[in-house]
Structures are given as structure tokens and as C-alpha cells.
Design a protein around this ligand. Structure first.
Ligand code: CA
Length: 220
């Protein structure tokens, strides 16, 4: 899962990014509205965390611009404690949820995961594909009822595939959701991760569609 973090307060930005990365999210950090607008219009993200008070272009204007361009990315807005007018303005501009500063990082992560889950069309917290189950609220996997240990890269690929189970997920899109935007990615890297995943969960569960991508499927 890839998140765009827009926050000009360096300490807060680092704290959020570190916590999200510890939860296996890919995080792109930008510190002003101009960069945020550009990133949101040109890159693929599962969600954005957007501060409102930003240099160059404020957060509400950034959000309006994304929505005017029909970018559907779920957006979690960061507001000041008594920022009622800000909240209204953000919702009017197309925000999906907010947390008020100061907040617990755990709450931000729970809300982000809920946004990503709902945006992929799942109402229940547990998403199943055969005997593989993903707790989209806690970020954990179980296979045949037992916890499944995954590296960060494996987790990113498998969470993306299970949220869109039985659908082909484009290889280039997977690359975008697995690596930070400043990473040089080897063209085989996704194949390598998928091979390792197949060893852990069973080869038939991930189908390859040549030239397109991968599909997670329930095996009988
Ligand atoms: Ca700010």
C-alpha cells in the first residue's frame, strides 16, 4: 500500500512516515502544496494524508485540484484541534476523513486502513480469498487459520492482490504500489516477490497473465 504524506512540519512528518513504514506502507513525503498537487495528479496512491496549512498552495486547494481532475484517491485530512471551519472546507473539497492534531499515530493508521479497505469495495475488515484471509484493519494475514509471516515487499504485493482478488492487477501498477517513487526498480523484481509468495501460500493461488499482471484466486 502506497501513501502520499503531505505535511510541512518536519518532526510530525518524520514521525508519521516512520510509523507508516513500520506498518509496511510505502510512503512518499512532500512538504508543500505544489509538490503535493503534482504527486496526487501523476502518481498512483492507495491514500493520502493531507495537512491543510501548507506552503505555496494550501491543502484545501490541493484537494480541490485533485478532485477537479477526478482523482479518486481516499484523503485523510490533518486539522487543528478546534478547526471546525477547516473540516467543513476540507469535506466540501472532497476529503474522506480527518484526524485532529494532536492525534495518536495508531488512530491515523486505523483510519487510513479503513479508507483503503472501503475504497477497494470491502465493507468487512476481513477480506478472504479461499483459505487466505487478510485483516485489512490490522494489516495481518492468515493462511489456513495460521499467521502468515511476510516481508514488507511480500506484504505490499499480497495486500494489493487480495483487496482486488479474482481481478488481474497490472504489473506496472504493482511496481508503483510496492516501491517509493525515487527507487530504481529492476524489471524482474515483482516476479521475484511473486515467486517467493507462491512458495509461502501455494503456487496456484497467484496466476500470471503474460504481459499484463497477476491475479490472486481461491484454490479449492
Ligand atoms: Ca502545516
Amino acid at each position: 500500500m502506497r501513501v502520499l504524506l503531505v505535511e510541512d512540519d518536519d518532526d510530525l512528518s518524520k514521525r508519521i512516515a516512520t510509523s507508516l513504514r513500520a506498518e509496511k506502507f510505502v510512503v512518499d513525503v512532500v512538504r508543500n502544496g505544489e509538490d503535493a498537487e503534482h504527486a496526487g495528479l501523476t502518481e498512483i496512491y492507495d491514500a493520502a494524508v493531507l495537512d491543510l496549512g501548507l506552503p505555496k498552495i494550501d491543502g484545501v486547494a490541493v484537494l480541490r485540484s485533485w478532485r477537479a481532475a477526478e482523482r479518486t484517491i481516499p484523503v485523510l485530512v490533518l486539522t487543528a484541534r478546534d478547526g471546525w471551519p477547516d473540516k467543513v472546507a476540507a469535506f466540501k473539497a472532497g476529503a474522506d476523513d480527518f484526524v485532529s492534531k494532536p492525534f495518536k499515530i495508531e488512530e491515523l493508521i486505523l483510519r487510513l486502513r479503513a479508507l483503503v479497505r472501503r475504497a477497494s469495495g470491502h465493507a468487512a475488515p476481513i477480506v478472504k480469498c479461499g483459505s487466505l484471509a487478510f485483516d485489512a484493519q490490522l494489516g495481518t494475514f492468515e493462511l489456513d487459520g495460521l499467521p502468515l509471516k511476510l516481508t514488507a515487499f511480500e506484504w505490499r504485493v499480497l495486500s494489493c492482490l487480495i483487496l482486488r482478488r479474482e481481478t488481474i492487477v497490472d504489473r506496472r501498477e504493482l511496481i508503483e504500489r510496492v516501491y517509493q517513487s525515487d527507487t530504481d526498480v529492476d524489471s524482474n523484481s515483482i516476479e521475484v516477490i511473486v515467486t517467493r509468495l507462491r512458495k509461502k501460500i501455494g503456487g496456484q493461488r497467484i496466476e500470471t497473465t503474460r504481459g499484463r499482471g497477476y491475479m490472486l484466486t481461491a484454490v479449492q
